[in-house]
Design a protein around this ligand. Structure first.
Ligand code: SF4
Length: 378
């Protein structure tokens, strides 16, 4: 049987500064450090294509994320893409996404990326209110988001995502609705709306502890989530996953792989992979990553082979997040495997999970409690 095409994720572990809420693995960008990293990443692409179980597999999507990929020069990003093309075969309808911080990209960068075959650009807007950006230690200004989207369109991008966050310090329902309305005037094809969560060891966590910043108000976040659903669905977007809205035909193909138990190969420090029923990750340390690749060794650690039951568990937990859901028999098989029959019956009785036409999915109310439900079904 032919294997289905893979996704390729590349983690660029640099940002200009760390936002207060961010717990991702990254370093503050320095030119010299980034040059060494790009050499290592290019080496990793070549080695993976030769040594990996991924060898010879078609690639359906490439996602360059981070961090802030666009702190690299566009020539560096293009060199990475060209290395991918010389070692892997991409499907004719591939999706190639680059994440960008609006203040780290110019018109010329956008033109060059588009010409190099990037099909989708994803801007970290977070909010369309300058005061809210400042309160989360996020560099940049709203006018830069507006400018970047306009320039992306002029450069020929027709598939543009904006990432937004709700539940920010000082944000209220009205300002969130204004952010959504302002985003709609930019006509993105895709919007991701994430509830702010407080990660351990972040500046935000310490600010909350010292009462310098309010903790997110969960009830307000639920109201904001409902407002987003109402406003965006009315504007013609489909909520195809808990946090993701797209115009018809613009769901993110790469991210869909994560939610449908599809396979992907992650390259770069801390990147995670799922291939052939095995999850594995790269070392989360740029120096160790560079050292490993200098010795022509893939910088992998943490390999876990999943049993069939564990593969089904993950398919159920991720798949329930999708509007299209999963076959109901998978939900019930998973409940039987893990002794979750009573919990599953309760989630159905409470209408947090709904079943129809032989498929199961989180209900509108269930989507608001997606993480709690995932914990109950794990
Ligand atoms: S730009 Fe993104 S990755 Fe970088 S620090 Fe901010 S939230 Fe984290």
């Amino acid at each position: 049987m032919m294997s289905s095409p893979l996704g390729l994720y590349l983690h660029i572990p640099f940002c200009r500064q760390r936002c207060d809420f961010c717990a991702f693995y990254l370093e503050i960008h320095r030119e010299s450090r980034a040059e060494g990293f790009v050499r290592s990443l290019i080496h990793e692409i070549g080695l993976s294509a030769q040594q990996h179980v991924a060898a010879g597999r078609l690639i359906q999507s490439v996602y360059i994320g981070g961090g802030t990929p666009t702190v690299l020069a566009s020539t560096q990003l293009i060199a990475i893409l060209s290395e991918i093309r010389s070692h892997f075969t991409l499907t004719s309808d591939r999706e190639i996404t680059v994440e960008a911080h609006p203040s780290t990209i110019s018109q010329q960068d956008l033109v060059q990326l588009r010409q190099a075959g990037v099909t989708r650009i994803s801007f970290g807007a977070e909010s369309m209110e300058d005061g809210e950006l400042a309160r989360i230690g996020r560099p940049g200004a709203v006018r830069e988001t507006v400018k970047a989207v306009t320039q992306a369109r002029t450069a020929g991008f027709t598939n543009i995502n904006l990432d937004l966050m709700y539940g920010l310090p000082g944000q209220n329902l009205e300002s969130w609705q204004r952010t959504l309305a302002n985003c709609l005037t930019l006509a993105p094809t895709h919007l991701s709306c994430y509830a702010l969560t407080v990660e351990q060891d972040t500046k935000l966590a310490s600010n909350i502890k010292r009462q310098r910043s309010p903790a997110p108000d969960e009830d307000l976040q639920i109201e904001m989530d409902e407002a987003a659903q109402r406003i965006l669905v009315e504007a013609g977007y489909e909520r195809y996953e808990v946090s993701n809205y797209a115009k018809p035909g613009y769901a993110c193909r790469h991210n869909l792989l994560y939610w449908t138990n599809g396979e992907y190969l992650g390259l770069g420090p801390s990147a995670q992979s799922y291939l052939g029923g095995t999850r594995f990750g790269n070392v989360a340390d740029i120096a160790a990553y560079d050292t490993s690749l200098a010795a022509s060794q893939l910088p992998m650690e943490d390999r876990t082979r999943l049993s069939e039951e564990e593969q089904l568990r993950d398919a159920v937990i991720f798949g329930l997040r999708l509007t299209r859901g999963i076959p109901s028999q998978h939900l019930h098989q998973h409940a039987a495997n893990y002794g979750h029959a009573a919990v599953t019956a309760q989630l159905l009785a409470q209408q947090l999970i709904e079943e129809d036409g032989g498929r199961s999915r989180l209900s509108a109310r269930g989507r608001l409690q997606a993480d709690t439900i995932a914990g109950q079904l794990y």
